[in-house]
Design a protein around this ligand. Structure first.
Ligand SMILES: [Zn+2]
Length: 142
């Protein structure tokens, strides 16, 4: 089954109608079985305006979002560069290293960065250790 929005070219009435297939619509139209409820005209056609508008706005949204995403990506990468230059990478030992700095007052003027699970992040925060989660984009060149 396929639903078409039909338009009467005579009086501009639009109405929805169901057909078994697009072929059935063409057949009924050719044999003038389609007529307007309002003026009985046989000048009925598919109205393509509604789906076109929807598709168009979807495309625009997608383009807008991908542009936003590119800008965001750029910001993240700049942030990553700053972190890489100013922080020590500790990889998966992040939670451990963060604790040693916090509890042993290990002299470390540089901050650290690495990976931690959500649970680890929560634990660190609960212990009063300052941690920040940032989005990270993998650099494909490396
Ligand atoms: Zn009509």
């Amino acid at each position: 089954m396929i639903k078409y929005r039909l338009i009467c070219k005579n009086c501009n009435l639009t109405f929805d109608s169901w057909f078994a297939s697009s072929g059935e619509f063409e057949k009924l139209k050719k044999n003038k079985y389609l007529n307007c409820h309002q003026c009985s005209s046989n000048s009925i056609d598919k109205s393509l305006m509604a789906p076109k508008l929807i598709n168009q706005s979807k495309i625009e949204n997608f383009e807008k979002n991908s542009k936003k995403f590119k800008e965001l990506n750029k910001t993240i990468k700049e942030y990553q560069k700053f972190i890489k230059n100013n922080f020590d990478y500790v990889g998966k030992n992040f939670a451990y290293e963060a604790r040693s700095i916090h509890y042993n007052e290990k002299k470390n003027n540089k901050g650290i960065y690495g990976t931690a699970s959500n649970d680890e992040m929560k634990e660190l925060k609960d212990e009063g250790i300052e941690v920040e989660m940032i989005p990270w984009v993998e650099d494909k060149k490396n």
